[in-house]
Each structure stands twice: as structure tokens, then as C-alpha cells.
Design a protein around this ligand. Structure first.
Ligand SMILES: CC(C)(COP(=O)(O)OP(=O)(O)OC[C@H]1O[C@@H](n2cnc3c(N)ncnc32)[C@H](O)[C@@H]1OP(=O)(O)O)[C@@H](O)C(=O)NCCC(=O)NCCS
Length: 167
């Protein structure tokens, strides 16, 4: 459902940047917005990623990784003064053929309301719009089903996937 407090196109653009759009909200009192261009506060992003249990990454590296990403999506809980980042994901890629999704996270208190699914729908749509038709991701063991239920296909029997880790 789109909240009854939906923003006008102009308000969306002013507060969340070009191309921002509403995310269906589980609660009509809560206005949710996807934005690819609203500036991310690195501290707020770090808090979100740590809230889902991920380890700390140096802010300078994170900033550079964001700058080099093909797509960064913030899911914002709208507030005229203090919008709150409640979800995030980013993609890397060549911008034409391939993209890989990273750092998909929804703040724990907002989990289980369909927002992670909406985030993935939004990412697939955004990548499709720039012509990308093959997307990969590396799911943590506990969330494989979250993806397969949305139509993601597991690489069969581990035959075609390779990793290399620097020591
Ligand atoms: C994974 C995550 C993004 C899902 O977000 P969410 O908003 O809680 O998910 P949704 O409410 O949209 O769930 C969509 C569907 O997936 C299911 N689902 C959600 N998390 C799941 C999980 N861990 N395992 C299996 N199914 C899951 C839901 O039950 C729901 O099913 P339904 O469509 O039949 O009702 C969120 O739990 C999260 O941030 N987890 C911590 C970070 C993480 O592990 N990210 C993924 C890294 S690969």
C-alpha cells in the first residue's frame, strides 16, 4: 500500500532527489521512499549495517566503494525533518551487461513486513531500466530462501562458482 501521506512528485524530488519513488508501506501512517541519489550519511549507514550483524568497515573504504558502485539504493522512512535510513542495497557492475548485488539490509525492527522484497523488486527494475539482464548475488546461508522465493536461481551444485580470497 502507498501511504495516505504520499509525497507529491515535486516533494519526492526535492527531498530525495531525481527519480525517487514511494515504496509500498505496511502501515498507512508511514511513508517510505526509495532513493538512489539522496546523500547517505556514512555513520547512519554503518549503524544500519551493524544492526544486522555485519562487521565494521573503515568509512573511507565504504565511501569509495559507494562512489564506485553502479547503484546505491536507500530505503527511507520519510520525515520532513529527519528522514531515517531503514534499508539499503548496492550493486556493482559494468553498467551494461552484468551486475552484482551487495549489502542488502533492512533495519531489524522493520524486517518481516515485505520491505526486503520490495527493495529487491526495485533493484531488479532499476537494473533492467539500464539494460542489465543478468544479476548475481552471494546470499548468506540464512537468507538463501529469501532470494529463491523471489525467483533467484541457485548455481547448480557449486560447479560454476569460484572465489579467491587474499590472505
Ligand atoms: C534478508 C532481509 C533483507 C529480508 O528483509 P525483510 O524485509 O525482513 O524481508 P521481507 O519481509 O520482504 O520478506 C519477504 C519474504 O521472504 C521471507 N524471508 C525473509 N527473510 C527470510 C530468511 N532469512 N529466510 C527465508 N525467508 C525469509 C519472508 O518470510 C517473506 O516471505 P513471504 O513473501 O512468503 O511472506 C533482512 O532480513 C535483513 O536485512 N537481514 C540481515 C541482512 C542480510 O542477511 N542480508 C542479506 C545478505 S545476502
Amino acid at each position: 500500500m502507498i501511504s495516505s501521506f504520499a509525497l507529491s512528485t515535486e516533494e519526492l524530488r526535492e527531498s530525495y532527489g531525481q527519480g525517487a519513488c514511494h515504496c509500498p508501506s505496511p502501515n498507512e501512517q508511514m511513508t517510505l521512499v526509495f532513493s538512489q541519489s539522496k546523500a547517505l550519511d556514512l555513520v547512519e549507514l554503518e549503524q544500519l549495517l551493524q544492526s544486522v550483524g555485519w562487521s565494521h568497515r573503515p568509512p573511507r573504504k565504504v565511501k569509495k566503494a559507494l562512489d564506485n558502485s553502479l547503484l546505491k539504493v536507500g530505503l527511507w522512512k520519510h520525515d520532513p525533518k529527519f528522514p531515517r535510513l531503514i534499508g539499503f542495497a548496492r550493486c556493482t557492475g559494468d553498467g551494461l551487461i552484468e551486475a552484482t548485488v551487495w549489502d542488502v539490509a533492512v533495519l531489524p525492527i522493520y524486517q518481516g513486513f515485505g520491505l526486503g522484497k520490495q527493495l529487491m523488486i526495485y533493484i531488479k527494475k532499476s537494473l533492467k531500466e539500464i539494460g542489465i539482464r543478468r544479476i548475481t548475488l552471494f546470499a548468506d546461508p540464512g537468507v538463501v530462501e529469501f532470494y529463491t522465493r523471489q525467483g533467484w536461481v541457485l548455481e547448480p551444485k557449486g560447479h560454476r562458482c569460484a572465489f579467491w580470497y587474499a590472505n
